[in-house]
Design a protein around this ligand. Structure first.
Ligand code: FEO
Length: 399
């Protein structure tokens, strides 16, 4: 995709990856983009690069604007390889005067590329550099989502280059948020938040407070993945408001029944719980882990109020798909949710107990003993499942 001028003298020069389907365990069913921005000023500056394998896309775009050797500065806002994998090739082509990054960024670059000879200049929050007509201010965003992460703010343009923040994994031929289908855009932005940033929600809240206190005027947010937010109602105000809401993790009247089944007995229990919830007029979704990817489950978890997780017992434990989602959930630390466990068994019946224990360990408020049914549940065995659904429905309605 050719360069796109996103504001006067500032160009998107990144790469669109239409084919990627797995991003370290995140299902990128619609691909992604690796955004890189070139600023033409007295000091020509490139903000971030692209994943290894896409260096030629980036350099081809740059060459349409300037000879890469004319790049004076390269800013690395984040070292993860989707943004720095092409850095050795770009450094070779550009030979910049400065490679600007945070202190943790320098350490991470050295650990990734082992190049002591690169012209590092480290910056910290509040530091500024002049590009000529423009001033770039840096804001470290440690653990959003790596220790090295930072934002670059072009003061005169009121442009925030936000690294992974406010991104979406979505390959499109468009570059701006106001040019695409809005529900799909927000679905990708929410899935991205749930899978990448949820565990750092406290830091997101603090960052929003800090930016508000600093009085930063932001006309455009240019993330390193997906679409650029340039004007409300689909601009910076919309995505910052969404991040404010998501990071508060306020539960809604929505229950998820997340399960896997061996011979449909656990699934029958799931449907009985579903019936109980429906009586209480709350939003319910049945997510069978055989068919729903963990990252799509997480997108649903983002605003759910209740997680009801079921597994059949196998080999004295839970089914592998359930162990997978519990491990993934634990890492992403969902907050402010109630939960319960259920599952069928034949003789030993550990799975539901183990799921319940895992929910307790991740600080989900477990509101019921695990519900178990032997082999194939009959009407009597399903009654506690319906009751569990009703109970959770009542709790969600109480708020
Ligand atoms: Fe898009 Fe943390 O890399």
């Amino acid at each position: 995709m050719p360069p796109v001028e996103i504001m006067k003298g500032v160009y998107w020069v990144g790469a669109v990856d239409w084919n990627i389907r797995d991003f370290h365990g995140y299902s990128t069913e619609r691909g992604t983009s690796y955004n890189s921005y070139l600023v033409i000023d007295d000091k020509i500056t490139l903000f971030d690069t692209v994943k290894k394998g896409f260096a030629s896309d980036l350099l081809h775009n740059v060459r349409k604007l300037v000879d890469p050797e004319k790049i004076d500065y390269i800013v690395v806002n984040h070292v993860e390889l989707d943004h720095s994998g092409s850095l050795p090739e770009v450094m070779e082509a550009a030979k910049p005067e400065k490679l600007i990054c945070s202190k943790m960024g320098k350490a991470a670059l050295l650990s990734h590329f082992h190049r002591e000879d690169w012209p590092y200049q480290t910056v910290a929050t509040g530091d500024e550099i002049s590009l000529g007509q423009r001033t770039v201010a840096f804001l470290e965003t440690k653990m959003l989502h790596w220790p090295d992460s930072m934002f670059s703010y072009l003061k005169e343009d009121k442009l925030l280059i936000s690294s992974d923040g406010f991104g979406q994994h979505w390959a499109t031929s468009k570059r701006f948020a106001d040019e695409v289908d809005q529900p799909e855009l927000m679905r990708h932005a929410a899935k991205y938040y749930a899978n990448i940033l949820l565990l750092f929600s406290d830091r997101v809240q603090k960052l929003i407070e800090t930016v508000t206190e600093m009085g930063l005027q932001i006309d455009v947010i240019a993330p390193d993945h997906g679409l650029i937010w340039r004007k409300d109602p689909t601009g910076p105000g919309a995505i910052v408001a969404a991040y404010d809401q998501w990071s508060k993790q306020a539960p809604s009247k929505k229950a998820l029944i997340i399960y896997d089944s061996m011979w449909q007995s656990t699934e029958t229990m799931a449907k009985a719980i579903y019936a109980g919830l429906l009586e209480k007029n709350v939003c319910v979704k049945l997510l069978n882990l055989k068919y729903v990817h963990r990252s799509d489950v997480m997108a649903e978890v983002l605003d759910a109020g209740a997680l009801i997780i079921g597994s059949a017992t196998i080999n004295n434990g839970m089914l592998p798909t359930v162990a997978d989602i519990l491990s993934y959930l634990k890492g992403l630390r969902p907050a402010n949710k109630i939960g319960a466990a259920f599952g069928s068994y034949g003789w030993s019946g550990e799975a539901a107990k183990l799921v319940s224990q895992a929910l307790v360990e991740m600080k989900i408020e477990v509101v019921s003993d695990p519900i178990r049914a032997k082999y194939v549940p009959d009407h009597e065995a399903l009654a506690p499942c319906v009751d569990l659904g009703r109970k959770i429905g009542d709790l969600l309605n109480q708020g």
